[in-house]
Unconditional design. Structure first.
Length: 185
């Protein structure tokens, strides 16, 4: 994954990007002197919490952009485009807790029977993506820990995030992927 210094850099960029956007309505230019390892394409999520409650969370599950670019883009999306929340106001900025999660590439979990998922998924280490047809849901590794979910509940909640029935993970037509995340707060 990336160094702690680079993770802190991404966290700082997420904050600067949102503050800059609040003040100017424009995206922050990416500094030329950013750590070189952040040019690697990585999945990235930016999570905003206010008073220990979710205030926005958007990201790229797949490594489609360099980490530095992805962080810049999803920071704005988490603050202003998360459909679950109104756009962030400048008054709220100081009360936010910022989190950047850098993801490994998702890998499909192959099982012969649904119960095998219990041996393949580790709470606290793995995040999940569930996909069935065009429906897709993702939960970051920390979601299971923060909500005291066991593997079965984690699978069910990821299905519900995808907008499909909670037990869809038991269906052969449903694909389950896992990934790991490096969390920077």
């Amino acid at each position: 994954m990336i160094s702690d210094e680079s993770g802190q850099y991404l966290l700082d960029i997420a904050k600067e990007t949102i503050l800059h956007y609040l003040k100017t309505g424009e995206k922050l230019e990416i500094p030329d002197d950013h750590p070189e390892e952040l040019d690697e394409k990585l999945g990235v999520f930016v999570t905003l919490n206010k008073n220990n409650n979710l205030r926005g969370c958007i990201g790229y599950a797949e490594p489609i952009e360099p980490a530095i670019v992805a962080t810049n883009e999803v920071a704005i999306a988490a603050a202003f485009n998360d459909p679950r929340f109104p756009a962030l106001s400048e008054d709220e900025f100081e009360s936010l807790d910022f989190e950047v999660t850098v993801l490994t590439k998702p890998e499909m979990i192959y099982v012969t029977q649904p119960e095998d998922y219990f041996d393949e998924i580790e709470i606290g280490r793995d995040g999940l993506i569930v996909q069935k047809g065009y429906s897709r849901g993702l939960l970051l590794p920390q979601v299971a820990v923060e909500n005291a979910l066991d593997v079965e509940n984690f699978l069910e909640h990821t299905c519900m995030k995808a907008g499909i029935s909670a037990d869809s993970w038991m269906d052969e037509s449903c694909d389950v992927y896992k990934f790991q995340g490096q969390i920077f707060k």
